[in-house]
Write a protein that binds this ligand. Structure first.
Ligand SMILES: NC(=O)C1=CN([C@@H]2O[C@H](COP(=O)(O)OP(=O)(O)OC[C@H]3O[C@@H](n4cnc5c(N)ncnc54)[C@H](OP(=O)(O)O)[C@@H]3O)[C@@H](O)[C@H]2O)C=CC1
Ligand SMILES: CC(=O)N[C@@H](CCC(=O)OP(=O)(O)O)C(=O)O
Length: 342
């Protein structure tokens, strides 16, 4: 089974190289990048010497040329939103399986995309055929879709713990407040003053208030879980670390019973290899999930405020992006869920 990474020079593309080069079932057959075209992968990313063929060279990113590669079964798109759709359309038309890491196919309507991403949806017909998949949450049936939208980094850390609790009626669907802190790699590999070492080291700040674009995806998914519209307060922060997301969710209890909350998680996540349920009072730590495909979570109940406080941690580039995309591929193609991820 051959795979390709489109946009392999970026942070999530490079992480896909790491995961796919060690994967027991697939071969990494193509990596593309406009800026690195013609260069051997190992000359730019020497950490992969011996793991990928020495003659694997970055190819140009031309959608039509890539779509003509009928020897490749699965294409991972690690491209900016808007651009990803330009590749997805010809690839799906050519019958390739596509896993898109961008936001282009995550939302249920073009209107929502336009509202949050500030541009008309680039491929409305394909949006209708796409499936949004968090493997631990999404009901079976998604496997029939020709294109899978891999979720956003913040949304994974929020939707994963909350969905089973909303479905079980343990937490209220109203009055949810979420604070998240992200490592700087979440912003992608861009040259911008805001992301320079001297600007970010030893400093934390909120940004994107009050309407970060991930709200679209989070509220849509939580609304489906709750069976009614959900509006949350989402406060993202940039933290001085390369990777990791730490999320704290404050949510009014519908059933103020911590044991029932943990029971709902245990039922929903039984047998799932990438969920870490920590005991109440032990808050997840980004350092403990760095490089893993896990999302760790725990909860406490506050008698004073009648809120549950749920905390989660993940690696934004792994469970929040490339690891989750490989997990999706594994399930889609009938491999072991953990292949290449442990
Ligand atoms: N970083 C993260 O934590 C997460 C990222 N995502 C999403 O994944 C996608 C990739 O993110 P990330 O890896 O961080 O981004 P980067 O900015 O690090 O990388 C973007 C990649 O896209 C390529 N690219 C950029 N513009 C174009 C274009 N016009 N045509 C073709 N290729 C292009 C770049 O390569 P080159 O310029 O060499 O062609 C590069 O390989 C984004 O949609 C992002 O939102 C999702 C979850 C988490
Ligand atoms: C730290 C940081 O900047 N994080 C990014 C994460 C969003 C992202 O990757 O966005 P899409 O996947 O929705 O395109 C941000 O806040 O925009």
């Amino acid at each position: 089974m051959k795979t390709a990474i489109v946009g392999a020079s970026g942070y999530s593309g490079e992480e896909l190289v790491r995961l796919l080069s060690r994967h027991p079932q697939v071969e990494l057959a193509l990596v593309s990048s406009r800026s690195l075209v013609g260069k051997p992968l190992v000359s730019v990313m020497p950490q992969f010497r011996g793991l990928v063929p020495a003659d694997l060279v970055f190819s140009d990113s031309d959608p039509a040329t890539l779509a003509a590669r009928d020897d490749i079964d699965v294409f991972f798109l690690a491209l900016p939103h808007g651009v990803a759709a330009e590749f997805a359309v010809p690839l799906v038309e050519a019958g390739r399986k596509v896993i898109d890491l961008s936001a282009d196919f995550r939302l249920g309507s073009t209107a929502l995309y336009e509202e949050f991403y500030g541009q008309a949806h680039p491929a409305p017909a394909l949006l209708e055929q796409a499936a949004y998949v968090i493997p631990e949450i999404t009901p079976a049936g998604w496997e029939k879709a020709p294109l899978i939208a891999s979720p956003g980094c913040y949304p994974t850390s929020i939707i994963t713990p909350l969905t089973p609790l909303l479905r079980a009626g343990i937490v209220s669907s109203q009055g949810i407040v979420v604070n998240s802190m992200s490592g700087v790699s979440g912003a992608g590999k861009k040259l911008a003053e805001a992301y320079l070492y001297c600007e970010r080291n030893e400093s934390v700040k909120a940004y994107g208030l009050p309407k970060h674009r991930h709200l679209s995806e989070i509220e849509e998914q939580l609304g489906a879980a709750a069976g009614e519209p959900v509006i949350i307060q989402f406060n993202p922060h940039l933290a001085p670390m390369k990777r990791g997301i730490a999320t704290t969710i404050t949510v009014p209890a519908a059933k103020p019973n911590l044991a029932a909350l943990y029971a709902a998680w245990e039922t929903a996540f039984a047998g799932r290899p990438f969920i870490g349920l920590l005991p109440s009072g032990t808050c997840p730590d980004t350092l403990h999930v760095t490089g893993t495909n896990r999302v760790d979570m725990s909860a406490v109940y506050d008698e004073r405020t009648k809120n549950f406080i749920i905390t989660s941690a993940e690696d934004n580039v792994v469970k929040g992006a490339s690891g989750q995309a490989v997990q999706i591929m594994n399930l889609w193609l009938g491999f072991k869920e953990t292949d290449g991820l442990l």
